[in-house]
Design a protein around this ligand. Structure first.
Ligand code: PMP
Length: 308
């Protein structure tokens, strides 16, 4: 459901939502040769503010590298288009979805003759795992699907096709009555959620799997690491976390653009800590929302304001 939004930016033009169509022989549809981003814009006293837009753009362009996908618009063009979408539709806060993909020319696997196409959509999107989840935490299951290794598919690129891995894990979790999944990597250690990074708290210190564990280099992950260190916490950002350590953690939480900072209260029905949002998670989550809703002046360079 798109709410009130009625415009999408497609290859340089603003088009009506219903007219944002592509050809059925689009390369990206058949082989998943697309890259995308998920970004949030927050409602602040100084108007809508896009959080860490520059870092999302960095990752967007970088994601195209392994696929020779050169996004045919520059940063200024993508920024102007996104701001205009937010402005035109009168949104105060929203989710932003830029996508670039190989379009329609021929269906050989190598896409060199296919056009590089780009679209941006924005729409209102509340708490991804539910409003209650932010306070009470979610129940997750360790998926029977493992996260693919970076030797199989680049894990530092946000590529559309490989998200079937996340879709399988999410579907399985929901079928079993859980809100979200947790994936182990090829070594059997903890990687991440289908669309979230994972943090663990033990004896007052914070741990999160390192990039070599086959995770996406999450921008919220980086934000959490930065804020937690500013709060005086010791953060181990290159941890290897074994499955068993999940059960004995004092606290666990997810980070992600969509999920923001969401506590995990049970893993496969094993209660984590007190079974609710723990004190360290509370601290970090508070710092996160104070930041993105601009109740502090810190990190001003992380915000791109949309002039109304
Ligand atoms: N891991 C995966 C697999 C994801 O899809 C996401 C969402 N982009 C994340 C982690 C969190 O990344 P970010 O904080 O940049 O949204």
């Amino acid at each position: 459901d798109a709410g009130d939004v009625d415009t999408i930016w497609l290859d340089g033009e603003f088009v009506d939502w219903d007219d944002a169509q592509i050809h059925v022989l689009t390369h990206g549809l058949h082989y998943g040769t697309g890259i995308f981003e998920g970004v949030r814009c927050y409602d602040t006293e100084e108007g809508p503010a896009i959080f860490r837009w520059e870092e999302h753009l960095d990752r967007f362009y970088a994601s195209g590298k392994p696929y020779n996908l050169d996004i045919p618009f520059d940063r200024e063009e993508l920024t102007a288009a996104t701001k205009e979408l937010i402005r035109r539709q009168g949104l105060e806060s929203c989710y932003i979805r830029p996508i670039a993909y190989y379009g329609y020319d021929m269906l050989g696997l190598s896409p060199e003759s296919c056009p590089e196409q780009v679209a941006i959509a924005v729409w209102p999107w509340g708490a991804y795992l539910g409003e209650d989840a932010l306070e009470e935490g979610v129940e997750v299951t360790v998926s029977s699907w493992q996260k693919y290794a970076s030797s199989q598919i680049p894990t530092n690129a946000k590529t559309t096709g490989p998200y079937v891995n996340s879709v399988l894990a999410s579907l399985e979790a929901k079928r079993e009555g859980y809100v979200e999944a947790l994936l182990l990597n090829q070594e059997g250690n903890v990687a991440e959620g289908p669309g979230e990074n994972l943090f663990l708290v033990r004896d007052g210190e914070i741990y999160t799997p390192g990039l070599a564990e086959g995770i996406l280099d999450g921008i919220t992950r980086n934000t959490v690491i930065t804020l937690a260190r500013e709060q005086g916490y010791t953060v181990h950002d290159d941890a290897t976390i074994s499955r068993g350590e999940l059960n004995t953690a004092d606290e666990l939480f997810f980070s992600g653009t969509a999920a923001e900072v969401t506590p995990i209260r049970k893993v496969d029905n094993v209660v984590i800590g007190e079974g609710t949002r723990g004190p360290v998670t509370t601290d970090v989550q508070q710092a996160f929302f104070d930041l993105v809703e601009r109740r502090t002046d810190d990190h001003a360079d992380w915000f791109e304001y949309v002039e109304i």
